[in-house]
Design a protein around this ligand. Structure first.
Ligand SMILES: C[S@@+](CC[C@H](N)C(=O)[O-])C[C@H]1O[C@@H](n2cnc3c(N)ncnc32)[C@H](O)[C@@H]1O
Length: 376
């Protein structure tokens, strides 16, 4: 979201499902290696099918699977793309390659990422060789044709979520969102990230993975101990550089003082100081809970303003409650933060939204919004 000084890229446009980025292939790999979420990265060949047919990287023999993906495109565009690729494969004597039908969604047609990796892109032992995912993206107004080059590392994210010594999905966010939050700050390697409500340390884990020093504060001594064990496990399993340090202190976040801390470059956190709810609350209860939560966020921003220097960043998740009639209730986090000297970091000319909502199913009681703010 933030203009990065460490990777050279320009965002040309974005929609809720895709971002069009101009950069070299090496920078694209660097960019993708830092992003959270579940995504694939496609190389754009152009807006005509002839160029696409010439540029798709054809495998040596026909023992591969291929599929097509469409984002905001008409079925005619997708069909003509499929025909053009089919002809190109036949012309190259690769007509026996197997076509895998994508699934049909509202505005996109694609295989689920895990299915795409397993059935098309995988070149694992005993499988058909690495295949092709040909894409058409119409979300920027004109059609762009291309092919998927690589995807997010689903197995690494899954391992950090499920194989660490302590996990509890009811209180912690997943590594995909944690990585997104830490990455949004676009800090230089070796910078220091603080999660003042660190829980089991998911955010700290992803901060270390991105090359940052990780400092956590946690009010519960049990959670603080578990967090230390999780970080120890991560350091060994993912060979984190010994130059990066990680530390967890047992402390009430609201009592943190600059004298307790090294220089903090960014606070990255999801405090969600809300009770666990089993069902959607009434509108009245939702308003009450949101009000109580907003007061805690206000206290948190007062603390952040004390422990950050001007230019210091806060990448934070704030909750939205969905009541028993499906109506969303939230508080105005920007006004709260502004009262303590923060401003919302507006990405330049990219069309990317700040805050942005994290897509969750409609039934979720608590939904999330992600904000990036800077101390003036
Ligand atoms: C939503 S969890 C945080 C999850 C965490 N960010 C992660 O990456 O796994 C909130 C955590 O904040 C802790 N907490 C609540 N109030 C606190 C306070 N005043 N100071 C420090 N930690 C607090 C809770 O014990 C809980 O572990």
């Amino acid at each position: 979201m933030r203009e990065s000084k460490i990777i050279d890229f320009t965002i040309l446009g974005s929609s809720s499902r895709s971002v069009l980025v101009e950069c070299s292939s090496g920078e694209a790999k660097k960019l993708a290696s830092r992003c959270g979420g579940i995504f694939k990265v496609a190389r754009i060949c152009g807006s005509d099918l002839q160029t696409l047919s010439k540029e798709i990287p054809l495998p040596d023999d026909s023992k591969f699977n291929w599929t097509v993906s469409g984002y905001g495109c008409s079925s005619e565009i997708l069909e003509s793309m499929k025909d053009a690729v089919s002809t190109a494969l036949k012309n190259a004597s690769l007509g026996k390659a197997r076509f895998i039908h994508p699934e049909t969604g509202a505005a996109e047609i694609e295989l689920q990422l895990s299915e795409l990796i397993k059935n098309v892109l995988s070149d694992g032992e005993g499988k058909r060789s690495k295949g092709l995912d040909i894409i058409a993206d119409c979300s920027q107004g004109t059609v762009h044709f291309g092919f998927t080059e690589f995807t997010s590392n689903l197995s690494g994210l899954r391992e950090r979520d499920l194989s660490r010594p302590y996990k509890d999905p009811t209180v912690t966010l997943g590594p995909r969102l944690a990585r997104t939050l830490a990455n949004l700050c676009a800090l230089r390697p070796g910078s220091t990230v603080l999660d003042p409500f660190c829980g089991l340390g998911t955010i700290l884990q992803e901060a270390l993975m991105l090359g940052y020093n990780a400092l956590g504060a946690e009010i519960s001594s049990t959670e603080a101990t578990r967090c230390r064990e999780n970080l120890e496990w991560l350091r060994k399993r993912f060979q984190i550089s010994p130059k990066l340090w990680s530390r967890v202190i047992r402390k009430d976040a609201f009592d943190l003082q600059t004298s307790d801390l090294p220089k903090i470059d960014a606070v990255v956190t999801e405090p969600i100081l809300m009770p666990l709810l089993e069902r959607n609350p009434t509108a009245g209860d939702s308003e009450k809970l949101i009000h109580e939560t907003s007061e805690k966020y206000s206290k948190a921003f007062e603390t952040f303003s004390r422990i950050l220097e001007p230019g210091g960043l806060v990448s934070i998740v704030a909750p939205q409650l969905v009541d028993d009639r499906g109506k969303a209730h939230s508080f105005d986090l920007v006004t709260i933060a502004e009262a303590f000297g923060f401003r919302l970091v507006q990405p330049k000319e990219s069309g990317v939204q700040n805050p942005c909502s994290v897509l969750t199913s409609k039934r979720k009681i608590i939904q999330r919004r992600v904000y990036l703010l800077e101390l003036r």
